[in-house]
Design a binder for this molecule. Sequence first.
Ligand code: ADP
Ligand code: MG
Length: 260
Amino acid sequence: MKRMALLDIEALSKAFGGVRAIADLGFVVEENQVYSVIGPNGAGKTTLFNLFSGIYQADTGQIYFLGQEITGHKPCRVAAMGISRTFQNLQIFFNMSALDNVMVGCHLRTHSRLWHAALRLPAVVREERQAEAWARQALQFCGLDKVAGMQASALPYGLLKRLEIARALATRPRLLMMDEPAAGLNDTETAQMCVLIRRICDAGTTVLLVEHNMGLVMQVSDRVMVLNFGKRLAEGTPQQVQQDADVIKAYLGGGEADGH
Ligand SMILES: Nc1ncnc2c1ncn2[C@@H]1O[C@H](COP(=O)(O)OP(=O)(O)O)[C@@H](O)[C@H]1O
Ligand SMILES: [Mg+2]
């Protein structure tokens, strides 16, 4: 019997007007890997994440998660199945504490209704405690336990990037998609991010990574796919991809990788 992949993508396409952002794309992500998607600005990387998380609907093709088709599912349903993400542009509530920002993520996984909450039923109180415990664990995992009570607006950018990751992790996902986690970070913060990504994977969450920092990608990834005009240009180990002539020509060799 064929072993079930965590993510199995078949003939996926998505166009915006005349632009084919994702064009007949297929690939497989095995569990317990850091799998990176690289490619020039406009290659379709963020579109891919939006398709997986149910924000965009695919024009054609299928998305399977642990053998179950999730194509066309709504974002909350995808999240409840164990797919979580961070955003290229920070999605933080700046007037809330770090802890509350993370607990917002947990509530995806708890089921309390508003009128239950208003009555403070024991089940609600239990869920609140569960959410807070998971949130605090996620904060600690991301090295943010000391700033849990601070308002997000008071946190430096590097910590806000980690806060988004903590929120995504607090839902206990099987798959975490990270859209440019090192963008805007200095060298020290980037090195710390590299360690964090590896630890997330080692703790049992598969990571799908979009990132422009090639040093980070080549260091942290088990496999790398190069996307160009919505199509797969190459796929393999970091070493294989770095040596691929087409990749060098289209992307890696073209001077600096763009930052978007
Ligand atoms: N919501 C949208 N509406 C129109 N065009 C879009 C939308 N999202 C993405 N695109 C287009 O799809 C292509 C891929 O974009 P994107 O996935 O953001 O690329 P990347 O993340 O690799 O830089 C680009 O040409 C972009 O302009
Ligand atoms: Mg993008």
